[in-house]
Design a protein around this ligand. Structure first.
Ligand code: SAM
Length: 188
């Protein structure tokens, strides 16, 4: 079984957009308790196949076979470097972020926080993705925030908001999906 109901959201999104193909390398940010990692590992076949899943969260998880997990605050300045070390010279094909901060109940504050986490995931995506790669991140209804959308449109060929049915109807979460990464910005 899956460790989280969230697993069904990723299944639904991936059944439609086919991001998690066999052999792909995936980074799963905000991975605890590990439902998305289970789905990603099965689909890229990271156990015994060529695919690879690197996962990170503030909290420890029970090991998921085929998943390289680390405890990490994705907003730490050295988070990108730690992820790149775990990739061991490889680049990623997909960066997933289901990260969420605990709700304050203050709508604007919660919105800013989740955007901040999505931006931290984008920092990592920009530094690790292969050209053509994809980024999927949780945001809140009302969208991804103008700055984040602008960055995504610059960096990727296609940007869309996705609301899986498995996301409860009363839940304010949506996901932003960016595909066709144009390549890392020039160093400098
Ligand atoms: N996708 C997961 C699954 O299927 O099991 C569920 C993820 S849960 C909704 C959100 C996670 O984001 C929490 O485990 C939380 O610890 C993590 N998170 C929040 N802020 C984070 C941060 N700054 N760095 C890393 N993880 C973070």
């Amino acid at each position: 079984g899956y460790r989280s109901r969230a697993a069904f959201k990723l299944i639904e999104i991936d059944d439609k957009y086919h991001l998690l193909k066999p052999g792909k390398t995936v980074i799963d940010l905000g991975a605890a308790p590990g439902g998305w990692s289970q789905v990603a590992a099965a689909r890229v076949k990271s156990e015994g196949g060529k695919g690879k899943v690197i996962a990170a969260d503030l909290n420890e998880i029970e090991p998921v076979p085929g998943v390289g997990f680390m405890v990490l605050d994705v907003t730490d300045p050295d988070a990108g470097e730690k992820i790149r070390t775990a990739l061991d010279g490889a680049r990623a094909d997909v960066v997933l972020s289901d990260m969420a901060a605990s709700a304050t109940g203050h709508r604007a504050t919660d919105h800013l926080r989740v955007i901040g986490l999505a931006e931290a995931a984008l920092d990592i995506a920009e530094n690790t993705l292969n050209p053509g790669g994809a980024y999927l991140a949780k945001v809140l209804q009302g969208g991804a925030g103008q700055e984040l959308v602008t960055r995504l449109r610059q960096g990727f060929t296609k940007v869309a908001h996705v609301k899986p049915k498995a996301s409860r109807a009363d839940s304010s979460e949506v996901y932003v999906l960016a595909t066709g990464f144009r390549g890392a910005p020039a160093d400098g």
